[in-house]
Design a protein around this ligand. Structure first.
Ligand code: SF4
Ligand code: SF4
Length: 82
């Protein structure tokens, strides 16, 4: 069994909680570390675009589960991906 990060854009309302709570994203983007959405071009794990969550670099995910805990609508999860 392999656990991986999975997003469900159809459930997402674009709050950005997951993006700013992720410690990996925060290490890679000073804007995210400051609690904002990134305006620069850094590679981060996921981003809100057009009001929906999108995975960009799931390979960077350390599977800590912080983003999952902060999502109010279960639109981002760690799930069995096999
Ligand atoms: S599980 Fe942890 S490392 Fe992976 S995207 Fe969520 S907060 Fe970031
Ligand atoms: S996945 Fe959840 S926490 Fe992330 S932006 Fe969407 S609603 Fe917010």
């Amino acid at each position: 069994m392999t656990i991986g990060l999975v997003v469900h854009p159809e459930l997402c309302h674009g709050c950005g909680n997951c993006v700013v709570s992720c410690p990996v994203n925060a290490l890679r983007s000073s804007e995210i570390a400051g609690g904002k959405g990134p305006t620069d071009d850094v590679e981060i794990i996921m981003i809100v675009e057009d009001g929906e969550i999108n995975l960009r670099n799931s390979d960077l995910c350390g599977k800590c589960g912080t983003c999952v805990e902060t999502c109010p609508v279960d639109a981002i999860k760690l799930e069995d991906v096999e």
